[in-house]
Design a protein around this ligand. Structure first.
Ligand code: NAD
Length: 483
């Protein structure tokens, strides 16, 4: 098979197979072809991975931060050198066009490795003087961290979790999504090649049951999940049993608010980035596009014109900018939502149809006249479906933007500076945008409020979620006791 890896899992510095595990196929979404067949981790494989991580973590944490950082930065360099091959693999794993993967996946993974590699040497505790006595704090690793990934950004997620975990002196066992299991294996290979000790970054494959087994294992100190809200609830609850640290990067139904005074072309570009990049399979997508009445018709007209430039097709063709959905199942889900939108009275402006053939293609779809109570305005679709909702006043739109259980992202396009800042202060969302959308540089914190998650990835904030403080009180004089 075209992309069959050496073996399903990567543990303790080497590929390993256990054919007793349930077999599952990796399908190229653009053609429906099976490109690899892997085995889910058996209890023996899970055990081996956690043992290796537990052992390696001690050795890794004993190195200086600068030494650990050097390994991560070397891994970043290797990743950039191999960007082409990694991007092709990412395209096979996900179906996302090479035009995107070549600039957004291994490159973003490399950014995380470089950024956290740079921080590793500067992680310190502090000194607190108390008269002659004093307290110092030690910033210590958590131990063994489990990472569980979604299927939309397999390389990026593997690095966004692995890089800060390793920078802080933890070891990681990563379970990719069963839909996109190939890329994380390359991340593990690269880290080992860069000099990470065997066992510091391990990859085990499987479906939800493998993830669940990892989350409750006593050897595990932290769980970081990227996935849907229903999975997040289960994983958070299971992790709580063992009082484990968690990071939850979950789903969203984010608002993008466009005021009459916005620059039309930029607002349309923002809405495109907020809905159609990665064929709409982005957690932070601004899928509820609130457009003020004065600009609505111009916005819809220009959006339709711009959508004529969608080039759907072979994702490996560098001219193609719109790929298939990740799986047949996901396409069926999106089709179901489109049908519901029509049934509940939304106006289909463009798109809405699947494309004949073996790949899981579906058109970029725009609905107008969407109201807050419609299913397409309330539930996360995770596909290329943009809903335009009308509004008149700032006060009204802010209340409606926040009227959702989710709180991942939010954006506003306006020329009014004070209104822009007022809006973001009012948004109940962890990641906000003014006059742009969906950028996620490693230097900035990323994560959700409300049901969209707990904790933050990227930026210095991630260090807090992969380390813990120990306070040490040092007595310098005699000890006073009551008797
Ligand atoms: P999912 O929740 O179905 O699966 C996510 C991962 O969890 C998979 O690896 C899966 O095998 C695993 N899993 C499932 N059940 C489990 C259990 N009981 N215990 C442990 N692990 C379990 O999500 P998906 O369909 O792969 O991804 C799409 C979702 O991810 C969307 O909701 C999207 O918004 C979200 N997402 C969020 C972010 C973010 O950073 N906030 C980024 C990307 C995707």
């Amino acid at each position: 098979m075209q992309h069959q890896p050496t073996a399903s899992h990567f543990i303790d510095g080497a590929y390993i197979e256990d054919a007793a595990g349930e077999a599952f196929d990796v399908v190229y979404p653009a053609t429906g072809e099976v490109i690899a067949r892997l085995h889910a981790a058996t209890p023996a494989i899970i055990d081996k991975a956690l043992d290796a991580a537990k052992r390696a973590q001690k050795e890794w944490a004993a190195m200086t931060g600068t030494e650990r950082g050097r390994v991560l930065r070397r891994a970043a360099d290797i990743m950039r050198e191999r960007n082409h091959d990694l991007s092709v693999l990412e395209t096979y794993d996900t179906g996302k066009p090479y035009q995107e993967t070549s600039v957004a996946d291994a490159t973003s993974g490399a950014d995380a490795l470089e950024y956290f590699g740079g921080l590793a040497g500067s992680l310190t505790g502090e000194h607190i003087q108390l008269g002659d006595d004093f307290v110092y704090t030690r910033r210590e690793p958590l131990g063994v961290c489990v990472g569980i990934g979604a299927w939309n950004y397999p390389t990026q997620i593997a690095c966004w979790k692995g890089a800060p975990a390793l920078a802080c002196g933890n070891a990681m066992v990563f379970k990719p999504s069963e839909n996109t299991p190939l890329c994380a294996l390359k991340v593990a290979e690269i880290l080992m090649e860069a000099g990470a000790p065997a066992g510091t970054y391990n990859v085990v494959q499987g479906l939800g049951a493998v993830g669940a087994a990892l989350v409750t294992d006593p050897r595990v100190n932290k769980v970081s999940l990227t996935g849907s809200v229903p999975t997040g609830k289960k994983v958070y609850a299971a992790a709580a049993e063992g009082m484990r640290h968690v990071t939850m990067e979950l789903g969203g139904k984010s608002p993008l608010v466009i005021f009459d005074d916005a620059d039309l072309e930029n607002a349309v570009s923002g809405a495109i980035l907020a809905n159609f990049y990665s064929t709409g399979q982005v957690c932070s997508n601004g899928t509820r596009v609130f457009v003020q009445s004065g600009i609505k018709e111009a916005f819809l007209k220009r959006l339709s014109e711009r959508l004529a430039d969608v080039k759907m097709g072979d994702p490996l063709d560098p001219e193609v900018n719109f790929g298939p959905m990740v799986s047949e199942r996901q396409r069926d889900i999106v089709e179901g939502y489109i049908a519901k939108g029509v049934e509940e009275g939304a106006r289909l402006v463009t798109g809405g149809k699947r494309v004949d053939g073996d790949g899981f293609f579906i058109e970029a779809t725009v609905f107008a006249d969407v109201t807050d109570d419609m299913t397409i305005a309330r539930e996360e679709i995770f596909g290329p479906v943009l809903s335009v909702l009308d509004f008149e006043t700032e006060e009204d739109v802010l209340a409606r933007a926040n009227a959702t259980e989710f709180g991942l992202a939010a954006g506003v396009f306006t020329a009014d500076l004070t209104r822009a800042h007022r809006m973001v202060a009012g948004f109940e969302a962890g990641t906000c945008y003014i006059n742009t959308y969906n950028l996620a540089p490693v230097e900035a914190p990323f994560g959700g409020m409300k049901m969209s998650g707990v904790g933050r990835e990227n930026s210095k904030a991630a260090i807090e979620h992969y380390s813990q403080l120990k306070g040490v009180y040092v007595g310098m004089g005699d000890v006073e006791a009551p008797f």
